[in-house]
Write a protein that binds this ligand. Structure first.
Ligand SMILES: Nc1ncnc2c1ncn2[C@@H]1O[C@H](COP(=O)(O)OP(=O)(O)OP(=O)(O)O)[C@@H](O)[C@H]1O
Length: 345
């Protein structure tokens, strides 16, 4: 059954941080709450944890209304951005805290702590003082500590956002494997798209206190419910299209889609529009033509703003090796991986 949230509203004075939210997290599912700063993600998570009192609505766990159940009785594991470890205990003391409270004895507890430290990439750290750890190490200890308590539901609030990018990407993959392997049920708050898509079975996109869409990463990416979700997920150009036999035709060309015949709306991310210079000897430069107006080097590609007659400015990408310069003419081609079908059924 898992977690069910219904009609949940949380107000702080005149601010409605969470507005009539309905959400479920199934047993064994990892759900990410993704949204911009201030949209109400943390407040929703804190209301589920019991740290914030709802103004209206219900939070149920396995069918039971939690309104009268205090935080420590909910059996939910909490991890916040800054870990919040017990400073007077060493790493083993922190990770082993939950098992110890549940009466798990010496050898078994030591083995469990070692296993969890190995899982979070900190094998052998048992005797380290937590005050001597780096931010990334401390956060991994916090994760291990939350998991060690065998919580029924893990609540993670921006668990990786204090870490540097390389570590965050690695830890997101590790955490996804770890949550999947343990069959954990988890609600993860994040503002980082990659993190949400890496970790979650389903992603709920939040804006201004409400959930706009909750779907699998694949569906969300390819079929955002409306332009607001599409724009939040990176679409910068929206074009009308006509679908015929699984092919959508728009002003920038054709792309395969899963949709019924008829009019449709496409959302294009920069990566959905590939640009090639039209200079002689480049036969790949086909499709509608435009002129490069801006050019920015990103880590593994070049991002362009291309002026297309009658369409205006379109974001596109080019290979670093033969990236066109500002002022060059380019041919544009759609890449289905970067194209979304917006709205509709
Ligand atoms: N204790 C509080 N008192 C008053 N207003 C609050 C309180 N907590 C949150 N808010 C307000 O509620 C809204 C939602 O805040 P919340 O922290 O839930 O957003 P968030 O999406 O988690 O943002 P961030 O990613 O920046 O943490 C914001 O406008 C915030 O200022």
């Amino acid at each position: 059954m898992g977690l069910e949230v219904q009609g949940l509203t949380v107000r702080f004075g005149d601010t409605t941080a969470v507005r009539d939210v309905r959400l479920s997290v199934l047993d064994g599912e990892v759900l990410a709450l993704l949204g911009p700063s201030g949209c109400g993600k943390s407040t929703l998570l804190r209301a589920v944890a019991g740290l914030e009192r709802p103004t209206a609505g219900e939070v149920r766990w396995n069918g039971r209304d939690l309104a009268s159940v205090p935080v420590h009785r909910r059996r939910f594991g909490l991890v916040f951005q800054d870990g919040q470890l017990f400073p007077h205990r060493n790493v083993a003391g922190n990770v082993g805290f939950g098992p110890r409270m549940r009466g798990v004895g010496g050898a078994e507890r030591t083995a469990r702590v070692a296993e969890l430290l190995e899982l979070v990439g900190l094998a052998g750290y048992e005797d380290r003082r937590v005050t001597d750890l780096s931010g990334g190490e401390a956060q991994r200890v916090a994760l291990a500590r939350a998991l060690a308590a065998d919580p029924e539901l893990l609540l993670l609030d921006e668990p990786l956002s204090a870490l540097d990018r390389m570590l965050r990407e690695r830890l997101a993959v590790d955490l996804a494997a770890l949550l999947g392997r343990g069959d954990s049920t988890a609600l993860v708050v994040t503002h980082d798209h990659d993190e949400a898509f890496t970790l979650a079975d389903r992603v709920a996109v939040m804006s201004r206190g409400t959930i706009l869409q909750a779907d699998t990463p694949d569906l969300l990416w390819r079929h955002p419910a409306d332009e607001e979700v599409a724009a939040f997920l990176g679409c910068t150009t929206f074009l009308p299209a006509e679908v015929r036999d699984g092919v959508a035709t728009c002003a920038l060309g054709t792309v395969d889609v899963t949709a019924k015949d008829g009019p449709a709306r496409l959302g294009l991310r920069a990566a959905g529009v590939r640009a090639r210079g039209t200079r002689p000897g480049n036969p790949d430069a086909t499709g509608p033509l435009g002129e490069v107006r801006e050019r920015v080097h990103r880590h593994d590609h070049v991002r362009l703003a291309v002026a297309v007659p009658e369409l205006g400015q379109v974001e596109a990408v080019a290979h670093i090796a033969d990236a066109p310069a500002v002022g060059d003419e380019v041919g544009l081609r759609l890449d289905p991986d970067g194209v979304a079908l917006v709205g509709g059924d």
